[in-house]
Design a protein around this ligand. Structure first.
Ligand SMILES: Cc1cc2nc3c(=O)[nH]c(=O)nc-3n(C[C@H](O)[C@H](O)[C@H](O)COP(=O)(O)O)c2cc1C
Length: 193
């Protein structure tokens, strides 16, 4: 089967996060995001792609800070509510019944019930005709102890992070599962022996 190059995300399961921001008037916003990735391991920057008409983008430009909240699969319903394009003056925490979680280093609150929180500062905006790439630096990160061991490794089965396939007619929410196979970084080097 040949698929249109425009259907990239149908062959690529993506993470689903909730980005929380505040407007310059202090109105809280939360929006689901899948076009987001860390920029190489183990650096501190992330990049996200945004359509230009997004309150999230406006808020990041105005305030320079945002929180990447990692929701559990149980939060899919709240994620769905946050995907509605409410006007900028609507408090989306109230609409989706989200509990605010005070952030340590940035002004926007995180979202209670998520499994991890990345507090980010805007580093650079790469503006294109139809979209924008936001490069952010993670300045503080916390994770819920219930889902992580002392070294900060996620227990996948307990945490149930949310992912998605962006299909023809809409979003199919999924979650990644382990395949029972692990590899050490040292095994990627020919000189590991
Ligand atoms: C699973 C999912 C992933 C999404 N990913 C993105 C994304 O990567 N970039 C984007 O611009 N919009 C994305 N959206 C759409 C926004 O979440 C949606 O338009 C939202 O209403 C934007 O809210 P805002 O205007 O308050 O920022 C996604 C929506 C869903 C449901």
């Amino acid at each position: 089967m040949i698929l249109s190059p425009k259907k990239r995300e149908q062959v690529l399961p993506l993470p689903v996060v909730l980005i929380s921001t505040i407007s310059k008037e202090g109105i809280r916003n939360a929006a689901p995001w899948s076009n987001i990735t860390p920029i190489l391991r183990p650096l501190e920057e992330i990049v996200l792609a945004s359509w230009l008409k997004r309150d999230t983008l406006d808020n990041i430009r105005d305030v320079g800070e945002f929180v990447v909240n990692v929701p559990t699969a149980d939060m899919a319903e709240a994620v769905k509510v946050c995907s509605i394009n409410y006007p900028p003056e609507t408090d989306e925490f109230e609409e989706a019944n989200l509990g605010p979680r005070p952030s340590a280093k940035v002004m926007p609150p995180g979202i209670e019930g998520c499994l991890a929180w990345m507090e980010c500062e805007l580093v650079e905006e790469i503006l294109r005709e139809k979209f924008s790439l936001i490069v952010g630096r993670v300045v503080h990160m916390e994770a819920d102890d219930r889902y992580f061991d002392e070294e900060g490794n996620m227990d996948f089965e307990r945490a149930k992070p949310l992912s998605a396939i962006l299909g023809n007619r809409g979003v199919k929410y999924t979650r990644p599962v382990g395949v029972g196979f692990e590899q050490r970084y040292s095994e990627m080097s020919l000189n590991n022996g």
